[in-house]
Design a protein around this ligand. Structure first.
Ligand SMILES: *Cc1c(COP(=O)(O)O)cnc(C)c1O
Length: 474
């Protein structure tokens, strides 16, 4: 399997050549040259596999330059009951016949990102060791991504993590999760500023090509291809779980609802569907930051300016643009990189493009996508409804997904709603919705009282560079 760039300007490469990379050298995103296709017989043989077997079956089709025994060993170490709370890894809950919640948030940081990030930690350590290289991951986080990356990379040889976060702006739970890590390869930097200041520092440091090369600066953001690939697995797992015992011939269509921000999670669903998994609808849900909903409703993709981005109670979906969206549009354009380049050139120039009336937009229907958006009031009402009707507590992001899911539900089609975080991470809004404290999973009872380790810094790229330099020596 070779990987190409959406912009058409990079030599095809193997998986291990792209796994440590962010953007392709031409500014595009890496994608496999073609998607592996699975027939009915293959789906039947996968139906009863456990999560690890299924992950190997799928990922080995995308990763063919790591020996199978090594890939299997990394998968077996990652997807364990110890890391994800049960051997099922992604347990499914039936709310009522035909309506399910797929639990993706039982990893160490209680959000779905762990499912991919934990495997990425194994892959990074493996590839770096094979090359005798080291990597310094520099990131900015407003909450979920940073902690997920740190828990995946803690203790990994050859990797250091420098994570910037806006001082005092994460929830107490999220802060404690990150700052209580004591591993010597994890460095938390609390920046006197807001999230955008943190992100600007990361950009400034990465733009210094000499520094970037000398200190092997890398990222783990959601455009990393391995993260997308690892997320494909749970669509298969969820499909088989939702059609269990229905005498299914592995042809029964199932719809999935996905709370979306950077389009990484639902892109994995799009790829699973393209590979032959019988997904009927991919229901994309946004919060008040409805860049993606607007595209699917109107054909206009319009990046929001900083001041237009709403700070919402589902903060992990507060985005101004969607970094993985380019991969989907590449498929809509039938992989015509010239068309892709011209759309993104317009986006850079004008901040938007409009494809309404073009063949590209007409192809959306064939990809199964529908969309909707949710507000704070919708979120509260959905959390309350799911609690009252089913006795199930959901977090704010999952609530956005379920709100939009129910608007697109079809009789006779099983509907799987992806749970992207646990309620304990967003306790204030849970109390606002249902008047009680969220359940706290075991092991997290005393989190906020653990000792915390972090460095406070001004919003200054030079200071961050000096800090990295000082901590790369010893
Ligand atoms: C990251 C995140 C999302 C958005 O996922 P994308 O892959 O960026 O679309 C939704 N919910 C939660 C809780 C998240 O952490």
């Amino acid at each position: 399997m070779r990987y190409i760039s959406t912009r058409g300007g990079a030599q095809p490469r193997s998986f291990t050549d792209i796994v440590l990379e962010g953007l392709a050298p031409d500014g595009g995103l890496f994608l496999p040259e073609s998607y592996p296709q699975l027939g009915e017989r293959e789906l039947a043989s996968m139906r009863d596999m456990n999560y690890r077997e299924l992950a190997f079956e799928i990922l080995s089709r995308f990763i063919d330059d790591i020996p199978a025994v090594d890939l299997r060993r990394m998968i077996d170490r990652t997807y364990t009951a110890q890391v994800f709370g049960s051997d099922d890894i992604t347990p499914i809950r039936v709310l009522e016949p035909g309506l399910f919640i797929l639990g993706l948030s039982n990893g160490p940081t209680l959000a779905f990102k762990d499912l991919a990030m934990q495997l990425l930690g194994q892959l990074f350590e493996y590839v770096l060791a094979a090359r005798g290289e080291e990597l310094n991951i520099l990131g900015a986080t407003s909450g979920d991504t940073g902690s997920s990356a740190e828990y995946a990379m803690r203790g990994k040889r050859g990797v250091r993590v420098f994570m910037l976060s806006p001082q005092g702006r994460m929830s107490p739970f999220q802060t404690a999760q990150m700052f209580s890590l004591a591993d010597p390869n994890i460095f938390n930097i609390a920046v006197r500023g807001v999230f955008d200041d943190c992100q600007d520092i990361v950009k400034a440091v990465s733009a210094d090509a000499a520094f970037k090369a000398a200190y092997r600066i890398g990222t783990v953001n959601s455009i990393n291809w391995a993260r997308v690939a690892a997320q494909i697995v749970y669509y298969f797992k969820g499909y088989f779980a939702a059609t269990r015992g229905s005498g299914s011939s592995n042809r029964e269509p199932v719809s999935f609802a996905v709370p979306s921000g950077n389009f990484g999670n639902i892109l994995a669903g799009h790829i699973a569907r393209t590979m032959g998994l019988p997904i009927r609808r991919l229901i994309l849900a946004t919060n008040e930051n409805d860049v993606l909903d607007e595209f699917f409703r109107t054909g206009c993709y319009r990046v929001r300016k900083g001041a237009e981005v709403h700070a919402t109670s589902s903060p992990s979906m507060d985005i101004s643009k969607s970094s993985n969206f380019e991969r989907y549009v590449f498929d809509l354009a039938e992989r015509d990189s010239a068309q892709l380049r011209s759309l993104w050139a317009r986006l850079d120039r004008e901040g938007s493009f409009d494809v309404a009336g073009m063949p590209l937009y007409a192809r959306v229907a064939a990809t199964g996508f529908v969309s909707g958006s949710s507000t704070h009031a919708d979120r509260l009402a959905t959390m309350r409804r799911v609690w009252n009707d089913y006795g199930v507590m959901i977090d704010t992001h999952t609530a956005d997904g379920i709100k939009v899911a129910l608007e697109h539900r079809e009789a006779g089609v099983p509907l799987v709603c992806l749970e992207t975080a646990l309620p304990v991470k967003f306790a204030d809004t849970i109390r606002e919705a249902i008047g009680r404290d969220p359940e706290r999973p075991s092991g997290f009872e005393d989190l906020e009282s653990l000792p915390q380790r972090f460095e406070v810094m001004e919003a200054d790229a030079q200071a961050v560079k000096s800090y990295i330099t000082a901590h790369c020596r010893g």
